[in-house]
Design a protein around this ligand. Structure first.
Ligand SMILES: Nc1ncnc2c1ncn2[C@@H]1O[C@H](COP(=O)(O)OP(=O)(O)OP(=O)(O)O)[C@@H](O)[C@H]1O
Length: 654
C-alpha cells in the first residue's frame, strides 16, 4: 500500500502536535511488496528505519533503537479492517498467500503493513506519544483507504454494469466469455482471466478464453488445481508464487501457453438456481495503488460479484439460445406443415414470384376462386420472408359483420360498446412483427375499408373506443375471390385501398387448370391423412385417376382434399376405384353443358349463375339438407356457402 500525497499533507500537521519540525526525525514506514520503505519521512534519513518498522510490526509492540522508537499502526476502527486491508498472510512476511474463505474470514490475501518511527530531540519518542500518533494515523489511513476502496468499487461496479449490458446482446458464447474475461482483467487489474464451465457429465472444466492454446479452449479435469478446489469447495481459492505450495498450480498449462502464473484467484460461479456452473479465474494481479502482486480480499469480493453477474448472463444466454433453437424448429415445422404443392408451370411461376416478393415488405394481393390455396400461398410468402419468426395471423373478413370486424382488426378498449367487458387486442397488434392475412377482403364494409386504408398508410392502430395510436409493424397479404375491378366500378370497393393492397398480385388458377397437379395433390393428401389415422396408404386405380383428372373441381384444392379425406376414412381396400371417390358426376368437365340448362338464355353470366344455383341445390339435396356436408363437397366453408347462396339470390334458412 502506498499512501503518497495524503501522508505528505497530513503528517506535518500530526507531527506538529508533538514538537517543532527541527526537533523531529522520523516518519511512516510501510511494507510494499515484501519490502519495507519510507512512505513519509521528515528530518535527516536514518538507515535502520525499515528494520525497526519491520520489528515493530512483527512483534506488535513498542520498540526502540539508536534514539528512535517504532510502533505498528493499528488500522482503525477494528480488527476486521486490520485483517482485510492490512494484515493478510501476504503481509505477515510468509511470502506466499494461499487460502480459502471456507472457515471464517481469518485467512485472506493481504496487503502491506505500516509502522511509525520517531525520534524527538535525538531521543526515542515516548510510548504514549507514539501510541497517540499511531492511533490518529491509523484512523486517517483507515478513512483514506475506505475512500479509495469506495471510489474503486464504484468504478468497478460501473465497469461491470457496462459489460453486463453488452452481454445481453451478444449472440456467440465465445464473444460472451471473451467479454467477461476482459471485464475481469479490467476490474481486477490482472493480466489474464478465464471462465471454466463445468461439464458434469465428462467431469471436465472447459476454460475460455485460453490465450495461446490451440482452438482457444482449455480442458482440464474438474478436480485439478486451484480451479478444481474452488469448484468442489464452493468457495474462493487463491495462490501466490514463492510459497511452499508450488504444486497447486498446473505448470503444464503455463508451458502450453508460454506463460508464467505468479498469482491466481478462482471463485465458483453459481447460477440463480444455486447450482455451481463453473469457476471464474483471474491470473497475475498487477501491482497497483491498492495492493501488490497478490490478489487481496477486495479482489475476492470483486471477482465473486463479477462471477455472479457472469453466471446469470451465461444462464440467460443458454436460455436464449435454447428458446431460439426451439422457435426455429417450430417455425420450420409450421413452414413444412402447409407446403405449397404443385409443379404445373402456373404454380412454378407463382412460386418464383412469391420468392421474389417475400423478402420485401410489399403488400400482396392474392386472387383466385375459393379453395385454390390463397392462404397456403400467403403462408408460403410469410415463411420465406424475414418475418418468418413473427406471427402469421389470418382474418376472414367475410365471416364478420361490420361492427365486429373493426374490433377484430383494431381491438377495442374496455367499455367501448355494450359487450366490451374487457380490453381486447386486435389482429393488427397480434400480427406485429409478422404477417396479417386478410382473406375475403372484397367483402369488407365501406367503413372497414376506410379504416384499413388509414392503418396501412399510417402504420398505427387506434382501438375502438380508444384514442391512443399504437404503432404496428405488419405486412399485409390480402386475398379475394371477387372481381375487385367490378366492385370498384360498382363503388363497392375503394380504388385507393385496391392500389394499396395490390402492389403485387398473384393469381392462383382453378385446380382444373393445373393438369397433373391434381394427382400430385391427391397423393400428398392421401399420405397425410393415412398417416394421421394410422392406415396403410392405398393406391389410386386408373379409373380413379381418370375420374379425378377429368373432374371440374368447383371447390378446387379444398374439394380435392375433402374427397381424399373421405376416401381415407370410408374405404378399406388397397386400391381406390373411381366409384370410391363419390364425386358428383355433374361436375366432370365432360358434362359442362348440363341438360337442365336448356332454358337459360345465351348470356354467360346468367348461365353461370343458373348452373351454380342448380349445382348447389342438387348437392344440398344429395346431402339430405346437411349444409356442412354440402359445403364440404363444394369445397367451401359453411359460412361461405351461405354467403354464396345469398349472392345468387337463393333462399337460406340462416
Ligand atoms: N397448393 C397447395 N398445396 C397443398 N395444399 C393446398 C394447396 N392449395 C390448397 N391447399 C389446401 O386446400 C385447402 C384450402 O386452401 P386455402 O384455405 O389456402 O384456400 P383459399 O383459396 O384461401 O380458400 P378460401 O377462398 O375458401 O378462403 C387447405 O386445406 C389447404 O391446405
Amino acid at each position: 500500500m502506498t499512501h503518497g500525497n495524503a501522508l505528505t499533507s497530513f503528517m506535518p500537521v500530526l507531527l506538529g502536535l508533538v514538537g517543532n519540525q527541527a526537533s523531529l526525525r522520523g516518519g511512516v514506514v510501510s511494507q510494499v511488496q515484501d519490502r519495507w520503505q519510507s512512505t513519509f519521512w521528515t528530518g535527516d534519513r536514518w538507515g535502520q528505519a525499515e528494520s525497526l518498522a519491520s520489528q515493530a510490526v512483527a512483534d506488535d509492540q513498542f520498540v526502540t533503537a539508536d534514539g528512535f522508537a517504532g510502533l505498528s499502526i493499528p488500522i482503525a476502527p477494528g480488527a476486521d479492517m486490520a485483517t482485510s486491508a492490512g494484515r493478510g498472510p501476504g503481509s505477515a512476511g510468509t511470502g506466499a498467500a494461499a487460502g480459502n474463505l471456507g472457515s471464517g474470514q481469518d485467512i485472506l490475501p493481504g496487503v502491506g503493513s505500516d509502522a511509525i518511527v520517531l525520534s524527538i530531540d535525538g531521543k526515542p519518542a515516548d510510548s504514549d506519544t507514539l501510541k497517540m500518533l499511531a492511533t490518529a494515523l491509523g484512523r486517517f489511513l483507515w478513512l483514506q483507504r475506505n475512500h479509495q476502496n469506495d471510489a474503486r468499487r464504484l468504478w468497478q461496479t460501473s465497469k461491470m454494469l457496462q459489460h453486463a449490458a453488452v452481454w445481453q446482446q451478444l449472440d456467440s458464447d465465445a464473444q460472451l466469455l471473451a467479454s467477461m474475461a476482459d471485464c475481469a482483467c479490467e476490474v481486477l487489474n490482472c493480466e489474464r482471466a478465464t471462465i471454466f464451465l463445468w461439464d458434469k457429465r465428462t467431469k471436465k472444466l472447459i476454460g475460455r478464453p485460453a490465450i495461446g492454446i490451440e482452438g482457444g479452449v482449455l480442458e482440464v479435469e474438474d478436480n485439478a488445481g486451484i480451479v478444481g478446489e474452488a469448484l468442489h469447495s464452493g468457495s474462493p481459492r487463491w495462490w501466490s508464487a514463492g510459497g511452499t505450495d508450488e504444486g497447486r498450480v498446473n505448470r503444464r498449462i503455463d508451458q502450453a501457453q508460454n506463460f508464467t502464473t505468479r498469482s491466481l484467484l478462482a471463485v465458483p460461479m453459481v447460477n440463480s438456481r444455486d447450482q455451481v456452473i463453473g469457476v471464474f479465474e483471474g491470473i497475475n494481479a498487477r501491482p497497483g495503488d491498492h495492493r501488490n502482486e497478490s490478489f487481496d480480499a477486495a479482489d475476492v469480493r470483486t471477482l465473486t460479484e463479477l462471477a455472479m453477474h457472469a453466471s446469470i448472463a451465461i444462464d440467460s444466454y443458454r436460455t436464449r439460445t435454447d428458446l431460439t433453437e426451439t422457435r426455429d424448429r417450430l417455425v420450420e415445422q409450421a413452414a413444412q406443415s402447409k407446403p405449397l404443392i404443385g409443379n404445373h408451370h402456373s404454380i412454378q411461376e407463382i412460386r418464383r414470384n412469391a420468392t421474389k416478393v417475400a423478402p420485401t415488405d410489399l403488400s400482396v394481393l392474392v386472387l383466385g376462386s375459393n379453395g385454390t390455396g390463397k392462404e397456403v400461398l400467403a403462408q408460403h410468402i410469410h415463411y420465406q420472408s424475414e418475418r418468418r419468426n413473427g406471427p402469421f395471423v389470418a382474418v376472414n373478413c367475410a365471416a364478420l359483420v361490420e361492427t365486429l370486424l373493426e374490433s377484430e382488426l383494431f381491438g377495442h378498449e374496455k367499455g367501448a360498446f355494450t359487450d366490451a367487458s374487457d380490453t381486447r387486442v386486435g389482429k393488427f397488434e397480434l400480427a406485429n412483427g409478422g404477417t396479417l392475412f386478410l382473406d375475403e377482403v372484397g367483402d369488407m364494409s365501406a367503413g372497414g375499408q376506410a379504416k384499413l386504408l388509414r392503418v396501412l398508410e399510417e402504420k398505427v392502430v387506434v382501438r375502438v373506443g380508444g384514442s391512443r395510436p399504437i404503432p404496428v409493424d405488419v405486412r399485409v397479404i390480402a386475398a379475394t375471390n371477387q372481381p375487385l375491378q367490378e366492385l370498384i366500378s360498382a363503388k363497392r370497393f375503394r380504388e385507393d385501398l385496391f392500389f394499396r393492397l395490390n402492389v403485387v398480385s398473384l393469381t392462383l388458377p382453378p385446380l382444373s387448370h393445373r393438369g397433373d397437379d391434381v394427382m400430385e395433390l391427391a397423393e400428398h393428401f392421401l399420405v397425410d391423412f393415412c398417416r394421421q389415422i394410422g392406415r396403410a396408404v392405398p393406391t389410386f386405380a386408373a379409373s380413379a385417376r381418370d375420374a379425378m383428372l377429368s373432374h371440374d373441381w368447383p371447390g378446387n384444392v379444398r374439394e380435392l382434399r375433402n374427397t381424399v379425406e373421405r376416401i381415407c376414412y370410408l374405404t378399406t381396400t388397397d386400391v381406390v376405384e373411381a366409384s370410391d371417390l363419390m364425386m358428383s358426376p355433374s361436375a366432370t368437365r365432360a358434362s359442362t353443358v348440363s341438360p337442365t340448362m336448356d332454358d337459360v338464355d345465351g348470356n354467360l353470366n346468367s348461365a353461370t349463375r343458373e348452373f351454380q344455383i342448380q349445382h348447389i341445390e342438387r348437392l344440398i339435396a344429395s346431402c339430405g339438407g346437411n349444409m356442412t356436408e354440402a359445403a364440404g363437397k363444394l369445397g367451401l366453408h359453411r359460412s361461405n356457402l351461405y354467403r354464396k347462396m345469398r349472392q345468387l339470390g337463393m333462399p337460406t334458412s340462416s
